[in-house]
Design a protein around this ligand. Structure first.
Ligand code: PAF
Length: 282
């Protein structure tokens, strides 16, 4: 496995055998089984697999969040080597954003609600770095987790709008035994917070149970999630949403499918989770 911070090395490796298919798994490191599921899927579908590890500063809107983000590149590389990854790009900030950098990608409407409203500038940072990764790796397929549902929607939109010649592959959320969605941020939770953090999936499942009982109204689904969250003293709700899975607009009346999503602070750690209901659940 080649591990390199140099953009030119990545380009060279990619161009060495132009006929081979490449899968790219973009990450910010602190890898967990959710990332490894993406890597394994990429491994089965491509001749070569590349992974990027880069904690992208421009997608963080809180300085303390960026500083606290877990970093463990050496361990990440061991895990990736064991998965048979071919190439890992570990750029420094100036390798991605050289001095004088001034080109950004802004996806418009779909970035405004949810994470976009809660974290101004976040998706501009994500779209910009992902566009750069696509240009550097030129992958055949790029792999993302459904856990970041809006990120997936934004990247799909960008790929369509800017005609990136690649396939976006979305993999299901990987959960701990108690249902907590895997996230690099889970490592920041203390023991009581870790226990409390299951409130996200419990809230989603409460709304799912309402859906199974035939409840289709957006407000009813949001209220079902809020009731569970309000009962957890360590949880502070950032947003609770029942939205159209394609447009991400909140469901006003009744709907035939819904993206339930939420962002909740458990102590100082902000966690997100989601669940798709109805035909869009695929
Ligand atoms: O999902 C992430 O880890 C990041 O947002 C990504 C896609 C690697 C861009 O920095």
């Amino acid at each position: 496995m080649l591990t390199t911070p140099a953009l030119d090395d990545v380009r060279a490796a990619r161009l060495e055998h132009p006929g081979l298919t490449w899968g790219l798994v973009p990450t910010m490191g602190a890898l967990h089984d959710g990332h490894l599921a993406l890597v394994r899927r990429a491994r089965t579908e491509n001749d070569r697999v590349g992974v990027s590890i880069f904690v992208n500063p421009i997608q963080f809107n809180r300085r303390e969040d960026l500083a606290a983000y877990p970093r463990q590149v050496a361990r990440d590389c061991e895990l990736l080597a064991a998965e048979g990854v071919d190439l890992v790009w570990t750029p420094a900030e100036e390798d991605v954003y050289p001095p004088g950098f001034q080109t950004y990608v802004t996806v418009e409407e779909i970035t405004r609600p949810l994470e976009g409203a809660a974290r101004p500038g976040h998706f501009r940072g994500v779209a910009t770095v992902v566009a750069k990764l696509f240009n550097v790796f030129q992958p055949t397929r790029a792999y993302f987790g459904q856990k970041d549902a809006q990120q997936v929607a934004v990247i799909r939109q960008m790929v369509r709008d800017l005609a990136f010649p690649l396939e976006v592959v979305v993999c299901p959320i990987v959960r701990e035994a108690d249902g907590l969605a895997m996230s690099s941020r889970n490592a920041l939770l203390g023991p009581d917070e870790r226990r409390a953090a299951t409130v996200l999936v419990r809230a989603l499942r409460a709304a799912e149970a309402e859906w199974a009982r035939g409840q289709r109204a957006g407000e009813h689904l949001r209220a079902a999630m809020r009731a569970v969250l309000d009962a957890e003293p360590l949880a502070r709700v950032d947003y609770v949403s029942a939205a159209d899975p394609l447009t991400l607009r909140e469901i006003d009346g009744e709907a035939s499918s819904a993206l339930l999503s939420l962002a909740v602070f458990i102590g100082g750690v902000r966690l997100i989770d989601n669940l798709v209901l109805g035909p869009a659940a695929g």
